[in-house]
Structure formats: C-alpha cells, structure tokens
Write a protein of this length. Structure first.
Lengths: 261, 304
C-alpha cells in the first residue's frame, strides 16, 4: 500500500458543495424521508412503551416509556447515520459513480469522505429532532436540558457515520452490509441500554457494553431528558469523538486504497 | 512555455503488472492530441495519472505548470474531464447537473447560471433543461457530460473514449463540438480506439501498447512512417492459397486473417492485374489508413 494512503486528512471548504448536493437530492424526497425518521421510532416507542411499559414498574423514577425515549433517540440517530453511510454512501461511491465525477474537479477524496460524514450526521440531527419533538409532544420530557439532545444527535451521527464508512470502504456489494447490521448494530441495540438498563446484564456483557459507542450516547441522552447533567459527560463525549476520528481516518485510508486500484 | 502537459518516464504498476512503463509525452497548447491503444494498453491509467488521481511509482509530470500529483488540485481547476463511463447525477435535471458540478469548482451560482444558456446550447440540450437525466438518450447524456466538463471554462479537456457506444449521428455531433472547441483554442487530450475518430480530430497521435508509447506523430506521419501507402484487401475461400502464390511475390508485405488477406504495397497495379485473373476472389483497393498502422503496431490478436 502506498504511503500516500496513510497521509493525515487535509480539510478544505470544498466539502460544502458536496453537502449541498446531497441536500438537494434529499429535498426532492423530503416527505418520505421525514416519515421514515418518524414512523419507526414512534411505533417502537408507543408499542413497547405503552404495551410492555404497562406491565413494568418504574425505572429509575420514570415510566418505562420515558426511559425508552432516551434509548430511542440514540438508536434512531445511530440508524439514520448508519444507513446513510452504508447504503447511500455506497450508491454514491460505487453505483452512481458520483465520487468519480467529483474527483475530476478540484475536490479531493478527503473532502468527499468528510462531507459524507457531515452529511450523514446532518440526517442524524434531523432524525434526533423528529424523535425529540415526539418526546415533547407526548409530554415525556419537560427538561430544558433536553435541548442538548440536538447537538448530541449530530455527534452520534458523526460517530456512526465514520464507523459505517469503514464498512462501506470494504464492501464489495450491498449484501455485505447485512453482516454489519447483524453483527454490530443489532447487538449494540440490545447491549447498550436502549430497552433495559445495562446493569441488568451479566458482568461480562456489561464490560462489552461499556466500550460500545451507543452506551455512551445513551448515558448522555437519558439524564438530559430528565433535566440532569450527565455524570461523566466529558468521558462519554470523548468516546464518541474518538470513535468518529478513528472511523474517519481508517475509512479514508481504506477509500484511498480502494479508489487507487 | 508551450507544453501544456508533459510527462517524463512515468511508471505505474499494480502488483506485478506494469500498467504504465516509462511513458514520455508532451502536449502543446491548442492541439487535439489522441492517445490510441487496444483495451488494457494503459490509456485510462495514464489519464488518471495526469489528473493526479493516482500517484505514479516514479517519473515526472507537469500539467498547466503544476507538478502532479503534488499540486493536482490547483491544476484540476483549469481542466475539464469527460469520463469513459457516464457519472451524471441521476437524481438531477440537466440544468441541476451543471449547477451542482460548477459548485465543485468553487464557482458561484450566479456565474454558473449566466453560463448555463451557452452550455445548454453547445450541448443541444436547451429544450431539455429541466428534464431528469435518466430519461435522456445515450447521445444526450454524452453531450451533457461534455457540457459539464466545460462548466469551469477549462484550458484543457481530457476525454476518455468520448464516443464509445454512440450511434453515428450522435458521434458526428460530438466530433463537430470537439472541433469547435479546438477552434476556440482549447487543448484536447482524448483516448479512443476508433481510428476514424483519431484521424478526423487529432493533430497529433500517440499509439500506446503495454504501457508504452510505440509511435507518435500526425495521422499522416504515422501512416507514412509505419506502413506502405496502398492496401489491397482480398476476400474469399481461396484467398489464403492465392496469397501464398502471388501476394508474397507482388506485395511488400501481407497478412492473412481468416478468409481475408491484407496486401500492403507501394504500387498496387501489378497486384490488381493479377487479381483480375481470379474471378472467385473479391477485393478492395484503398489507401492505407490509421487502422492499418494500428494493427501493424499492436498486432491482430484479440485483447481480452
């Protein structure tokens, strides 16, 4: 592998026109997109929250549905960034050759990968906003601190977009993404405290959970919805940022290798 | 400085496979330069090297006074590219494709929109302005790709097999547009394996094979330097047998390919007279062309 592949990323403002391009495409199907952001988390939250929640005692002083809200907002933002980075990213890189067209202009691959991450995080932001709105409308949170969910959604987006792009960079086809969703995303949803507190898990699984990014996202979101400053928030933010930087660099190296073939 | 692009001893390998093997090339301002070669000769890799999209293993490369790949970004500001495979944005209309692409060069929307009518006119797409890309024909897509390559008013335009897959009408329209571009002083670098395209459009050509340039010159020079001026093609079941007896004697050189024999001669008269004795053979007498040169230099075997 050439030494060029390992160079540190160079940032430029040329990532902005790519973001605008994606936004232009998104605007054309904004209706179905917003519906997708809303329908899935709302159905989960209402179904499990009222259905299952009706049989459960309070968790940490809140109703089950309010407990679930903090998990849902993170899980939903994780999903939007992941789908965008994997399926849509792969379409732009491989299927439609959009990246190839862009690379013939003064824009570089570093700009493209960075714009993919920022764009996927923007979609997370939107998805987080949508869920937050539902939480407010259902009266599940009256916390002014819940506004911090908005930047958190963007950060969770950066994190999962970056990790997701590593998978995109390695994928021979769309089928490959099934592995990532089955082996990484689904376990994360079940181990990181979306549906039940992590301390209910055996110690070994708790240890696994403590290094997964979704755990740290939820540890931030849940207190914010009940108007508490999250304990250890610097650590949680650092972990999410760390994953984002790691994913950005590794995916960039892999994309450089892939596209120089 | 007259050379708009110069490459010196450029090399690029993928694993054990040498794709570009010591390439030297110089392209002058305002010329249309053709890079010819069979599939796999290294043409597309050469273009990618020149744009700084991949780094050479060794060698030097200058594009518009910028060292490539180090300053490729600055060079690409003044370059337009028509890729071999369409990569227009399928979600956008014709006009949106131009607008979005112009932004990648850092051009303001106002400037792009001001340039838009001229670009659409050039591509014969004025009345398709608000049509989405998937509904365009192959020829229209190519023209839009060409217009897109002009959105930054480039000095040099790279075209990778610009007419592959087009019908003759669409091809002729593209040729006409490319000639207009050279008339306006643009420098064109195109790859092709259509010899008639190269012969019509290019001031100078380089024939490339196995990653090397094996001959350079104007179309006429290439023909004059590499091949006898006259060709007699002979067809028929008996052609091969006839060739052993007569072509060997009457032609400077001949090649048998299936039931056809290609005789290369300086003076065709004795050969034609001989052929009149053989009514079972059909024949065609014509001046030598680039395709003859190409086949002589790169061989008749299939490249797959």
């Amino acid at each position: 592998m050439s030494r060029y592949n390992f160079a540190l990323p160079q940032f430029s403002r040329r990532f902005i026109p790519i973001w605008r391009r994606n936004f232009m495409v998104w605007k054309k199907m904004a209706g179905s997109s917003v519906l997708g952001h809303l329908a899935d988390p709302v159905i989960y939250m209402l179904g499990l929250g009222y259905g299952l929640g009706g049989m459960l005692p309070q968790i940490g002083g809140t109703s089950y549905i309010a407990f679930l809200a903090g998990g849902t907002v993170c899980y939903s933002t994780m999903n939007s960034a992941s789908f965008e980075a994997l399926y849509s990213g792969f379409a732009r890189m491989h299927e439609q050759r959009t990246w190839e067209a862009i690379l013939n202009t003064p824009v570089t691959l570093d700009d493209i990968v960075f714009s993919e991450i920022v764009w996927a995080a923007s979609k997370s932001l939107l998805s987080g906003l949508a869920v937050l709105l539902v939480i407010w409308l259902l009266g599940l949170s009256h916390s002014p601190l819940s506004l911090w969910i908005i930047p958190l959604a963007f950060l969770v987006g950066l994190c999962f977009a970056s990790i997701g792009l590593i998978v995109t960079a390695l994928a021979p086809s769309y089928d490959y993404f099934m592995y990532y969703f089955t082996l990484a995303i689904t376990p994360m949803v079940l181990l990181c405290g979306v549906f039940f507190p992590v301390d209910r898990l055996p110690t070994m699984l708790q240890n696994v959970s403590s290094v997964l990014p979704l755990t740290h996202a939820i540890d931030l979101a849940r207190p914010l919805l009940t108007n508490h400053v999250p304990p250890g928030f610097m650590l949680h933010i650092s972990v999410l940022l760390g994953y984002a930087l790691f994913g950005f660099y590794v995916s960039l190296v892999l994309f450089r290798r892939r596209l120089s073939q | 400085m007259n050379a708009i692009l110069s490459a010196h001893n450029l090399r690029k390998s993928y694993g054990d496979q040498v794709v570009v093997d010591g390439l030297d090339l110089s392209i002058r301002r305002g010329e249309c330069f053709g890079l010819l070669g069979p599939n796999g000769a290294g043409k597309t890799t050469t273009l990618r090297l020149m744009l700084g999209l991949i780094a050479p293993d060794s060698g030097e490369l200058q594009l518009l006074d910028h060292a490539v790949p180090q300053q490729a970004r600055a060079a690409r500001v003044r370059v337009g590219v028509v890729p071999q495979i369409d990569n227009l944005d399928p979600d956008f209309t014709v006009a949106e494709n131009l607008l979005v692409y112009g932004r990648y060069f850092g051009i303001s929307d106002a400037v792009i929109n001001a340039r838009m009518p001229e670009l659409l006119e050039f591509a014969n797409l004025t009345n398709k302005r608000d049509v989405k890309v998937p509904t365009l024909s192959g020829g229209m897509k190519r023209r839009l790709t060409l217009a897109r390559a002009l959105v930054n008013d480039p000095e040099v335009i790279f075209l990778d097999e610009p007419t592959t897959g087009l019908d003759p009408q669409a091809r002729h329209l593209i040729w006409q547009r490319l000639r207009e571009l050279t008339a306006r002083g643009k420098t064109l670098l195109l790859t092709t394996h259509f010899m008639d395209e190269a012969e019509r459009l290019c001031h100078r050509l380089a024939v490339m094979d196995n990653g090397r340039i094996i001959s350079t010159g104007s179309p006429r020079e290439l023909i004059a330097q590499n091949i006898e001026p006259q060709v007699v093609e002979v067809f028929g079941e008996q052609a091969a047998t006839w060739a052993q007896d007569h072509a060997a004697r009457l032609a400077q050189r001949f090649e048998v390919s299936g039931e056809s024999v290609f005789c290369y001669v300086t003076d065709a008269q004795p050969l034609l007279k001989e052929l009149q004795q053989h009514p079972e053979l059909r024949y065609l007498h014509r001046p030598a062309n680039l395709e003859d040169v190409f086949l002589k230099l790169t061989g008749r075997e299939m490249r797959e």
